[in-house]
Design a protein around this ligand. Structure first.
Ligand SMILES: [Mg+2]
Length: 254
């Protein structure tokens, strides 16, 4: 009997000693991963919502996250989803026969993609390299973004005057950009507007606002829609009846 009581006491003691160990929250390798993934989701949302301003590089811990987003299918799915909504909106517009119904499209990472270039720049973890980007753009090898090319063809087909407005420098990148758009199927737009000397050094918001003002107030166009991957494509004056932000977690243009 004494032996049984003694054994029971030892068992209880051991159970008491072991309990805190077994219920203590312990670190799992996946927790670090979960917390980085959660941080990067929050970071990307804040970037797309323009809640983080003038950020220079993608946080290094989000390299894989941005790479997976851009190359794993979700980026294309998001573009297709947005495009369905833009096309629903287009279908509500009655295009007039006065030839003044206009639409604005940005060029880089809106009509044509720089993803191949940014892959070498660790998807934006490396700082902006103006010379490197210029060399890339001069090759004229940016592929079309299929969802936006579909939108473009829809706009042209419906009779909108499509203006492609880009911050690319007219003198150095004009011809390469023209050729690139042509070889990717962007045919039938009204005008490609590049940054001329008069706008050198201006922010994209100021430059693009002035271009849109000239179109709307100077030439009488009605801007029904404006699509860009940067907030600076969509802010300022004469922003259009509807503005559509496309995803881009790789870089920020002020
Ligand atoms: Mg762009």
């Amino acid at each position: 009997m004494r032996q049984r009581i003694w054994e029971a006491l030892v068992f209880l003691l051991l159970a008491m000693l072991l309990k805190p160990v077994s219920t203590r929250p312990h670190w799992r390798p996946s927790e670090a991963h979960d917390s980085a993934a959660s941080y990067c989701l929050s970071w990307r949302l804040a970037v797309e919502a323009n809640d983080i301003y003038a950020w220079r590089t993608v946080p290094t811990q989000c390299l894989k996250h941005v790479e997976n987003y851009m190359t794993g299918g979700q980026y294309e799915r998001d573009l297709n989803f947005i495009m369905e909504h833009i096309i629903d909106y287009i279908d509500t517009i009655e295009v007039s026969d006065d030839g003044l119904d206009a639409w604005i499209l940005d060029v880089d990472d809106t009509c044509i993609s720089n993803l191949i270039y940014y892959r070498r720049k660790r998807f934006g973890c490396d700082p902006y390299d103006p010379d490197g980007f210029k060399r890339w753009a001069l090759r004229g090898g940016c592929p079309a973004i299929p969802a936006v090319l579909r939108l473009f063809n829809k706009l042209v087909g419906r009779g909108f005057k499509v203006f492609l407005v880009t911050g690319r420098d007219e003198a150095t990148l004009g011809q390469a950009t023209l050729d690139n758009l042509q070889n990717q199927g962007f045919i039938g737009y009204q005008s490609l507007i590049l940054r001329s000397m008069a706008y050198k050094g201006q922010s994209a918001v100021k430059y693009k606002s002035e271009i849109r003002s000239q179109l709307e107030e100077g030439e009488g166009y009605r801007i029904w829609g404006n699509v860009g991957d940067q907030w600076s494509d969509l802010q300022g004056n004469c922003t259009g009846n509807r503005a559509f932000k496309l995803p881009n977690p790789m870089y920020f243009v002020p």
